[in-house]
Design a protein. Structure first.
Lengths: 344, 459
């Protein structure tokens, strides 16, 4: 096995995939959160400000999903094939969410009518909620494992995906994004809307912490094998420890009015949660429940070393560029939202 | 019907719908770069107003293009799992490169394009426009490379057997520059420029007929007409190169395009016709030996016909392939004729008084759209029964775990949602066009934007 800086190429690619997915969850997470809480904002002007807070950046944030899909397809085609064909039904629902979220943002402002806008507000919010829930549902099932046959394809019925654990992960994901989105919006708003979002941020933090605790307890009690790796490698207990500190820091910073730090903490929390899932499932990309021999790992699911090498070069050239202009765009639109003629 | 046919219908439907938008984005991107460039160079406000107007239409087109494009990326995995495993090494690389090099560039700078007018200077704004345009061009590169590899695979070797067989890259650049990549990319780029140019022509022709926004509409029309003329003429050359490549690399597809059955006969070229695949008869108007002449410079040179290929290695829908191919050519020729005639009228100073010609331009926006769709159908149907030419059959490429009823469920979903999207898109586009460009930066413009923005009236 060839290596780069002492790490095998498929391991590198696993890390890259993890980083891209974390990037997506952190960036589009606040868009989705803002969408999910959209209907809590009642006034037309508040809704417009909230939409324009994500307006210039949500498209760029969604790109991380596209990159993630490409990375998985290229680096681990077997996992890409198995995961998306297995999750056919929930994934189609997810994609519809993506379509409707995008067009709702785009269409809403194009007509002044009250009902036109109300309809797209509801579509936008429900689509955001569906995206968050279905992402969580799929993540939960990937963590849990699904039955795979000898061809490494799903051999169950799609109703299987609606198991208690996956549902809990789905709700936790939604609550996490809502908290994340509310904190983001506090940074972008002023006056009464800002006060309202401050309160919402507090409430969603409580919602998230409760969901998180329930899911964690359920995992420890009923799905002990997910914590096996932690027990055998105690050093990894640092991750949940850091995560608890990071979560605890969120309400603390909100209380102090330091929303930027609160946002940073919730971003770190998202990353740590995904790292924890990665450690739990490693080295499996998709664990085969019932017949472990059919599982897809980072070894049997990977592309050729040549492709992964090429991709690593592509990533090394591309990532700094993407970082550079993403930073430029965020910097251009920094500060509180001001509505003008070009706004949504 | 079985999973295969449903999955094929779904893929064809979703990709065809998606492909309405990206060519318009690419073509409109070019026009935007020209218009905003003119604004920077001349400082004339009409160019700024035109740029702003088209950016708002660009955003609408781009939005639907993205939403429907994300679906495409995952549809390989959902419906074509075996294919995905087989080509992941190659196709996946191209998609990943597209995401990181092209799509990120495009989406990142789009925010500045649409919302950044008051936040960045004119030069930075122009730079953003340029980046969005380049991003869309790069997108086309990677997608066409991936598809061309399916037509003319190169730079790979096959590893494993049966269900576990897969293509692995041996030479990345040979894979990227496979025999058909460059020709097809040029063909697709030019077709996209035409889609953008004809959209601009259509809208401005409408304004000129209605005597509205003339100070903007006439220069915009002229810019777009020049682009359309250059592109439609160069498409002759690019299309010919592509056809040459097909003759060399995919002779069976070439035979199907002209419904040429007999292996020892010269190849005729039809203007239009009807193919009976059973009797192998083509009824229509033809140039005898035209195909032989175009490919070999000799009217009597025999061309390999469909009968020379094994039954399970050639497409069955010969008439459909023949039709879409000839529709594409007719659209191309129609655009050339229209552009040249308009240029001639322009020279005689009669262009903007000839209302019937302008009305043709209003509707001619459909020509590049139909041509684009027909061209892709010809390319993809002509490759059947292969999904990767000579390597993997379409029927072997499916997701084995996905059932027919699941595909029917998603197909119904797509049909309903996409119909709704198309109706809304056309409604909003029509509304924006009727509303027309606004004048910015003057007192009057503030009034205008308030009048047109009811939210600003309330406050």
């Amino acid at each position: 096995m060839e290596t780069f800086l002492g790490i095998a190429f498929n391991m590198w690619w696993f890390l890259v995939f993890g980083a891209v997915i974390s990037g997506y969850a952190i960036l589009d997470g606040f868009d989705l959160g803002a969408g999910a809480l959209h209907l809590f904002l009642k006034k037309e002007e508040s809704r417009r400000i909230a939409l324009n807070a994500i307006g210039p950046v949500w498209d760029g944030n969604e790109v991380w999903l596209v990159i993630g899909g490409g990375v998985l397809f290229a680096g681990f085609p077997v996992a890409y094939a198995a995961i998306f064909s297995a999750f056919y039904v929930p994934f189609m629902v997810f994609l519809m969410g993506i379509v409707f979220r995008g067009v709702a943002i785009e269409f809403r402002s194009k007509e002044p009518g009250k009902w036109w806008r109300k309809t797209w507000d509801v579509v936008y919010s429900i689509a955001s909620i569906i995206i968050a829930l279905s992402l969580g549902l799929m993540l939960g099932n990937v963590a849990l494992g699904i039955p795979l046959n000898d061809d490494q394809e799903f051999s169950g019925h799609w109703l299987y995906f609606f198991n208690p654990f996956a549902i809990m992960v789905a709700v936790t994901t939604l609550s996490l994004f809502m908290m994340h989105g509310a904190i983001y919006l506090t940074m972008k708003t002023e006056n009464r809307l800002f006060i309202k979002l401050h309160l919402l941020a507090n409430n969603f933090t409580v919602f998230f912490v409760l969901s998180f605790i329930i899911t964690t307890l359920y995992t420890l009690l009923y799905i002990p094998h997910l914590s096996d790796y932690f027990r055998s490698h105690p050093v990894f207990f640092l991750i949940p420890l850091l995560m608890i500190l990071s979560i605890a820091n969120i309400p603390r910073q909100i209380k102090k009015g330091k929303y930027r730090y609160a946002f940073l903490s919730s971003a770190v929390t998202i990353a740590l949660l995904l790292i924890m899932v990665a450690v739990e499932v490693f080295p499996y990309l998709l664990f085969s429940k019932g017949n472990a021999a059919n599982s897809i790992t980072i070894n049997n699911g990977a592309s050729s070393t040549k492709t992964m090498k090429t991709l690593l070069i592509i990533a090394l050239i591309g990532t700094p560029l993407v970082g550079l202009y993403t930073g430029f765009v965020f910097w251009t639109f920094k500060g509180k939202v001001k509505l003008d003629a070009t706004s949504y | 019907m079985d999973v295969e046919i449903w999955s094929r219908i779904q893929f064809a439907f979703t990709i065809a719908f998606h492909y309405i938008y990206p060519p318009m984005s690419i073509g409109l991107g070019l026009i935007l770069v020209i218009m905003e460039g003119m604004y920077l160079k001349t400082g004339k406000k009409i160019f700024e107003d035109a740029t702003r107007f088209w950016i708002r239409i660009f955003a609408l087109i781009f939005g639907i293009g993205v939403a429907t494009g994300i679906i495409m990326e995952f549809e390989f995995g959902t419906n074509w799992a075996t294919y995905s495993k087989y080509v992941g090494d190659i196709f996946g690389s191209a998609l990943a490169a597209e995401g990181i090099f092209a799509f990120a560039l495009e989406s990142g700078f789009l925010g500045i394009l649409v919302f950044g007018w008051s936040r960045v200077g004119p030069k930075v704004h122009f730079f953003s426009t340029l980046m969005v345009f380049l991003g869309s061009m790069f997108s086309a590169i990677w997608i066409v490379v991936a598809n061309s590899w399916q037509q003319t695979p190169a730079g790979y070797h096959i590893v494993g057997k049966g269900i576990h067989a897969r293509a692995e890259v041996t030479d990345f650049w040979a894979m990227v520059f496979n025999p058909s990549s460059v020709d097809r990319l040029i063909h697709v780029w030019i077709a996209a420029f035409l889609a953008g140019a004809f959209l601009v022509l259509s809208v401005n022709a409408y304004y000129i007929i209605r005597k509205r926004h003339l100070e903007i509409a006439i220069p915009s029309f002229k810019i777009a007409l020049v682009v359309a003329t250059i592109c439609s003429l160069s498409q002759l050359w690019a299309g010919h190169r592509s056809a040459d490549g097909v003759a060399k690399n995919q002779p069976v597809k070439l035979a199907a395009l002209e419904a040429h059955y007999d292996s020892s006969a010269r190849g005729d070229m039809y203007l239009f016709g009807y193919v009976n695949n059973k009797t192998q008869q083509v009824t229509g108007v033809k140039i005898p030996g035209g195909l032989s002449f175009l490919l070999h410079g000799d009217f009597n040179e025999p061309i390999t016909g469909l009968n020379a290929f094994k039954a399970d290695e050639k497409p069955k829908q010969v008439n459909a392939i023949f039709q879409v191919y000839h529709i594409m050519i007719a659209c191309g020729m129609g655009m050339i004729a229209l552009c040249l005639f308009a240029i001639w009228q322009w020279k005689r100073n009669k262009l903007f008084e000839t209302n019937w010609l302008l009305w043709i331009f209003v509707w001619a926006v459909l020509l590049p759209q139909i041509g684009n769709q027909a061209g892709w159908f010809a390319a993809e149907m002509g490759r059947q029964p292969w999904v990767v030419y000579g390597l993997l059959k379409t029927s072997d490429a499916l997701s084995k775990t996905v059932k027919a009823n699941e595909v029917i469920f998603s197909l119904i979903l797509f049909t309903v949602v996409y119909s709704l999207l198309l109706v809304l898109f056309l409604y909003l586009l029509n509304k924006k066009i009727k509303h027309g460009p606004e004048s910015y930066d003057s007192e009057e413009s503030d009034e205008n934007s308030k009048r047109n923005n009811p939210l600003m009236q309330q406050h």
